[in-house]
Each structure stands twice: as C-alpha cells, then as structure tokens.
Design a protein around this ligand. Structure first.
Ligand code: SF4
Ligand code: SF4
Length: 366
C-alpha cells in the first residue's frame, strides 16, 4: 500500500547506474510504488537541466541517475520521454553538455520540448489563477521528477517541488520572479500553484554529489552520498532539509506546512540513511539566510544581500543582462552595472551566470 508522506533515504557513493537502479527498486517496493508504472505507459522524465554544465559540477541531474531510472522503467514496459526548460540555452546543447545524449540513445528516450504552452485556469490557486505551463505537463500518463540536491540563493534549497518550476516555459520564468520580487514566501506559493497542476508519480532525488554554498549553479560540489525517493514531493523536501541540517525551514517547506500539506506526524523518513543525519551540516547559500523586509525599500537596500560582479571572472557574455527580470543590469564600457535601487534580489543573475562571476553578499560592488 502506498503511504503518502513516507520518504525512503539510501546511501549511494558512486554514479553507477546498476547500483542506483538496485537502490531505486528497493525503495519503490518499500514505498509500495513498484506497480505505479504500467506496461505501455507514456512516462515523462523531468531532470534538473538548468544550464549546460559538465555533470561533475553537480549543477544538473547526473546522467547515471537518469540511466538507472530508464533501466527500471524500461523493465516495466514504459515508453520514455524527457524534457525540461533550461534557464538559458537550447535544450539540445544542454542535453549534450550535461551528458544525457548517450542515455537518450541507449533507451530510445524521446526528447520533448517545453516550448509549446498550455494555459490553465484554477480558482483554487494561491497566486496564479491563470498559469501558463509547458503543454508537456499534461500530455503523458505519468511524470517522474528527478531533482538535484542543491542549495539555492533565493529559496534556500532546490529539491523536488522547486524542480517543477522548469514546467514554466523559458520566457515566462522571469515574469514570475518579477512578480514575486524578493518575497521568497510569495515565490514559494507560486511553486505550490504549479504543484497543484503537476503532481509527479514519484520523485527521485540525486544527492550522490550535490551542491552546497552558492547554489544553485555557483556553489561547491559535495559528496552527500544520498538518494531519496517519495511520491510526496513536499515531504521529501522537508525531510531532506532536516537530514542536511538546515537551521530553519526554507520558505518552500514553511509554506508547505502553512498550506496543510505536511500535517504534524503525517510524514516520516525510512531506509538505511534515514537516521544518519549529515555531519557537518550543509553550508547554506549566502542569500538564503537573509531576512525579508517586505515593502521597506531602504531596509531592503541595506540589509538584504545583493548580487555583486567579480570583474576578473566576467566574460561580458550578457546572459545576466538578458535574463534580469527587473532589467536593471547593463553592460557599459566593458563593465556590468546593477541599479540596486530597482534590483529585486531574485538572484537570477547569479543562478544563470555561466562563469560563476556573480556572488551574493553585503556591501558595495557591481
Ligand atoms: S556577470 Fe556572468 S552572466 Fe553577466 S556578463 Fe559577466 S559572465 Fe556574463
Ligand atoms: S540584478 Fe540580479 S538579483 Fe537584481 S533583479 Fe536583476 S537578476 Fe535579480
């Protein structure tokens, strides 16, 4: 029987698809999920493919995890598809750089673009009564969510629920950042509006090598040796944060509790790694520890950490300029400048800079 709220934690120390698949099979049985995917089901795999990075850098879901999932699902007789909407860059080149192409060929996985949009109206949504999502979210029998374990400058962590933000088609993402501004709880509620529409059949977290510090793209890879599985994305997020030693609930987990998605005593960890919490705890992203000063511009300018450009690392590629939701970045005289009075502290620039040239912190800079 499937128990909602149950999350399976297992140790795995290497990217070996056979070992990962063995762990996944045990986890599916433990959680009663082994028969969820039927022969002939069309199944969409949703890894984290935020940008074109080598898998060793721990920015994207590792191809061996996708290979392991494909092995298990092929045995079930599923027809496999894979898609995402990278933060920038064409999906095809992101797949190439992230090492996914050999896996796609080996298992005849069809790539599906998230460019085709579908508009959903839902009065029950908290923020986005009208929500534009990738049509792929509705075209398959099942969705398997394959997040990467990483810290996140704005949201504290990016795990299962945050990975669903990829269902927002490319150019619509900055719009939601702009609407949320630096209000991380508002942004979390948008994630749960997406989650209302797109509920994965199960979520399998790649935490073998994840990221700490300045995640989600400029942090430091760390061996967490963790795989986690659950049908319940908010429970997985909340319990993984606890396992990692988060000092307090991230905005996403706080909102999940406020919304009644995680009633006390309704969710728990099981499996070989469940009780062996991480030592030392994960190093947080700088921006994640700030207080929110909603509506107080002066306080925000002083106390909320700001993005700062490292001029030595900057290649003047303009990715940040082109993706800044508030359009407050400029390339002037071979220097990136930021209008801090209008900057909403979303840290999209830090997330998307391909050269790790943007840091988040106090003080002047940029
Ligand atoms: S800061 Fe990063 S994204 Fe912006 S121009 Fe420089 S290298 Fe490109
Ligand atoms: S400068 Fe960076 S943090 Fe500020 S609004 Fe633009 S993308 Fe967001």
């Amino acid at each position: 029987m499937v128990e909602s709220g149950k999350v399976y934690f297992d140790f795995c120390t290497e990217y070996d698809a056979v070992k990962i698949a063995a762990s996944l099979r045990s986890a599916l049985v433990m959680l009663g999920l082994e028969n969820r995917i039927k022969s002939g089901d069309q199944v969409l795999l949703k890894p984290n493919l935020v940008m074109a990075k080598d898998p060793q850098l721990a920015v994207t879901t590792h191809p061996e995890v996708v290979r392991a999932v494909a092995m298990v699902l092929s045995d079930c007789g599923a027809r496999l598809y894979l898609g995402d909407s990278p933060g920038f860059g064409a999906l095809d080149s992101v797949l190439e750089k992230c090492g996914m192409k050999p896996v796609l060929r080996e298992f005849a996985i069809t790539v599906t673009s998230f460019d085709v949009e579908e508009v959903v109206f839902d009065k029950q949504n908290l923020v986005a009564k009208k929500l534009t999502l990738a049509a792929s979210a509705f075209q398959f029998d099942k969705i398997i969510n394959l997040p990467k374990l990483k810290t996140h400058s704005m949201m504290g962590s990016t795990l299962a629920v945050k990975n669903l933000f990829g269902f927002i088609p490319g150019l619509k993402k900055p719009m939601w950042h702009l609407r949320a501004g630096h209000d991380r709880h508002f942004f979390a509620r948008i994630m749960f509006d997406i989650y209302r529409q797109v509920v994965p059949t199960w979520n399998f977290l790649d935490g073998i090598i994840g990221m700490e510090g300045e995640g989600p793209t400029s942090g430091t890879p760390r061996n967490f040796n963790l795989l986690a599985l659950s049908a319940d994305a908010p429970a997985l997020d909340c319990l993984v944060e606890k396992w990692l030693g988060f000092p307090e609930l991230s905005p996403l987990c706080f909102e999940a509790k406020s919304l009644g998605l995680l009633p006390e005593g309704s969710f728990y960890a099981c499996g070989p790694a469940a009780d062996k919490l991480l030592v030392p705890p994960i190093k947080q992203a700088q921006g994640a520890t700030q207080a929110a000063f909603s509506g107080q511009r002066l306080w925000r300018r002083i106390f909320v950490k700001r993005p700062k450009i490292n001029r030595t690392r900057c290649h003047h590629c303009r990715v940040c300029v082109n993706h800044c939701p508030a359009q407050v970045m400029k390339l002037v005289d071979a220097k990136i400048t930021i209008d801090y009075k209008r900057c909403i502290r979303c840290y999209c620039c830090q997330e998307l800079c391909p050269y790790g040239a943007i840091r988040v912190g106090f003080g002047v800079g940029g």
